[in-house]
Unconditional design. Structure first.
Length: 221
C-alpha cells in the first residue's frame, strides 16, 4: 500500500474545483469523486460532491477502477467514458473515469463522474413501451462498491468461478479461487489475506504458498 499524497496541492485544489463545477452544472443527481492514487487505497477519496448518489464520503476507500489502476500500474491508461454502473441500493448510474497524469506522465489521480439515470431510465422505458413492439434488453451493469464490499464481491465471484461451496472444495479448487482473487487485485485491500484465509479455511502460510505457486509457474512457462 502506498502512503502520503501523490498529487501536488495546487493540482488537487484544481481537481476539486472542477468537481464542484461539473456537479453544479448537472445538479444533485451527478456525483463527482476525486481519488488520490498516492494515498492508501482504503482512504483514496479526497473529494466528493453529491456523495448521496453512492453513499460515499471523503476518506472512503477505492472502487474497482482505482484498484485496477494500482494493480496494473498502467502508465498510459485510456479514460473509461460513459459506461453503466449500479449502486448497492439499485441506482443505475452513467459513469466516466478520467485518469489525471502528473508532470512525468504517471497517473496521480482519478476523476470519476457518476450520474444517476434511474429516473430517466424509467421515463425511457415508458416511452419505449408506447413506441416499440418489443421490450428492451438491458445489459447487466457492473457494481460500484466500497472497498470492503468489493472484497466480499470478489470472494463470491471466486466461489462462483469454482462452482462449488467452500466446504466441498479441494486444494486445486482453492488454488484456483485464490489465483482469481490475486489477478483481480483482492490482496491490495488492507488485511484481505486474513479474511480470505479464514473464508477458505486455510492458514495465511498456505494462502501465500498458493500465490507463490502461481508466480513460480509463471517463471517456468
Amino acid at each position: 500500500m502506498r502512503g502520503g499524497s501523490g498529487i501536488e496541492r495546487e493540482r488537487l485544489d484544481l481537481l476539486c474545483q472542477v468537481a464542484e463545477g461539473i456537479a453544479g452544472q448537472f445538479g444533485s443527481s451527478c456525483e463527482v469523486v476525486v481519488h488520490d492514487l498516492g494515498r492508501d487505497p482504503d482512504h483514496s477519496i479526497v473529494a466528493v460532491v453529491n456523495g448521496h448518489v453512492t453513499g460515499r464520503k471523503v476518506g472512503d476507500g477505492a472502487s474497482r477502477v482505482v484498484l485496477e489502476q494500482l494493480r496494473n500500474n498502467h502508465q498510459t491508461p485510456r479514460d473509461h467514458l460513459c459506461y453503466l454502473t449500479r449502486t448497492p441500493d439499485g441506482k443505475l448510474l452513467k459513469s466516466s473515469t478520467i485518469y489525471i497524469r502528473g508532470g512525468q506522465g504517471t497517473v496521480e489521480a482519478i476523476l470519476a463522474i457518476n450520474y444517476d439515470i434511474s429516473r430517466l431510465m424509467m421515463v425511457e422505458s415508458a416511452i419505449e413501451e408506447l413506441v416499440s413492439t418489443k421490450e428492451p434488453q438491458p445489459a447487466e451493469p457492473e457494481k460500484i462498491l466500497n472497498i470492503n464490499d468489493l472484497l466480499e464481491d470478489l470472494i463470491q465471484q471466486s466461489v462462483a468461478l469454482v462452482g462449488k461451496p467452500v466446504a466441498m472444495m479441494n486444494k486445486e479448487d482453492k488454488v484456483r479461487a485464490v489465483r482469481f482473487l490475486s489477478r483481480n487485485g483482492a490482496f491490495l485491500v488492507t488485511k484481505s489475506s486474513d479474511k480470505i484465509a479464514k473464508y477458505f479455511g486455510i492458514s495465511k502460510y498456505t494462502l501465500y504458498s498458493y500465490i507463490d505457486m502461481k508466480q513460480q509457474e509463471g517463471k517456468t512457462t
